[in-house]
Write a protein that binds this ligand. Structure first.
Ligand code: ADP
Ligand code: MG
Length: 273
């Protein structure tokens, strides 16, 4: 694929952001036992307090990259390094929060109990766990819903509980795998906006997986544009718009230009699909 033809503020070989990385992936590849090359030569240093999206069609290796960062899947080759002051090298999961498309809440437990669970598993004393879970629920806009059960909550609210559960351990990195894909557009916009606020109020790095151009441009500092077969990064696109980003940004010329550019690039990158 020739990307030089487009009018880019970007290039496949753009240096990663110069901020200190939290986790650095160098020449990471993943081949599954059945021969599928799910990820080929992935290179990126995720900066501290960065907001990075992995954008691409189904099957381009987005979830596989997240799972490798989470330590749930082992790279076939390459190195994955956590910076010294973030995570103890052999225990990266303790510093990670993971949010999936499904909220995966325990149906028999209240919102509060769901958010307390990871702290309980980590051996945090109950009173402290409760206090932190209450604070996390308030951070995601669910103050007053501590005692609600999942069945009493809307899809967007369940996702908020899932996010609260992921941030209650104060992760250095929040991994999000198409978290809002199942929500209606209005709810999704609201969660986009609230996620940015949450990110700005905290110090974690977000690695956000989506196949929505609009969502990746709205949220991210950098979009890593991927293609499938084999799964690989085709371009890194910086989105040079200041934060906070809000509805005014969503209707701005800059936003629309960025979306058009990313959309075009994504089409070129996946032209053979
Ligand atoms: P995405 O999240 O971008 O949709 P995935 O990372 O889930 O993509 O998958 C990338 C490729 O790897 C796909 O072709 C998928 O079928 C394949 N794949 C994913 N998990 C496995 C597995 N456990 N075994 C074999 N192939 C897999
Ligand atoms: Mg996936």
């Amino acid at each position: 694929v020739n990307m030089t033809a487009t009018s880019l503020r970007t290039a496949p070989n753009t240096e990663p952001p110069r901020l200190k990385p939290v986790v650095r992936l160098t020449h990471i590849s993943k081949r599954f036992a059945n021969g599928t090359l799910a990820v080929q030569d992935f290179n990126f240093a995720f900066p501290q307090h960065g907001f990075i999206s992995l954008l691409g069609p189904s099957g381009c290796g987005k979830s596989t990259v997240l799972r490798m960062i989470a330590g749930l899947s082992r790279p076939s080759s390459g190195t994955l390094e956590w910076t010294r002051d973030s995570v103890v090298a052999d225990k990266p999961r303790r510093e990670l929060g993971f949010v999936f498309q499904e909220p995966t809440l325990m149906p028999w437990a209240t919102a509060l109990r769901n958010v307390m669970l990871p702290l309980k598993l980590a051996g945090v004393p109950k009173a402290e766990a409760r206090e932190r879970a209450v604070a996390a629920l308030a951070q995601v806009g669910l103050a007053g819903f501590e005692n609600a059960y999942p069945r009493q909550l809307s899809g967007g609210m369940k996702m908020r509980v899932s996010i609260a559960r992921a941030i209650v351990e104060r992760p250095r990195v929040l991994l999000m795998d198409e978290p809002f894909a199942a929500l209606d557009e209005f709810t999704r916009f609201r969660l986009n906006k609230d996620l940015l606020r949450l990110w700005q109020e905290n110090s974690f790095t977000v690695v956000f997986v989506t196949h929505s151009v609009f969502e990746s441009v709205f949220l991210s500092q950098h979009v890593l544009l991927m293609a499938a077969r084999p799964g690989r990064v085709m371009a890194r696109v910086p989105i040079e718009a200041p934060y906070p980003r809000d509805e005014a940004f969503r209707t701005s010329t800059l936003y629309n230009e960025c979306c058009r550019e990313v959309h075009q690039l994504l089409g070129e990158a996946n032209a053979n699909d």
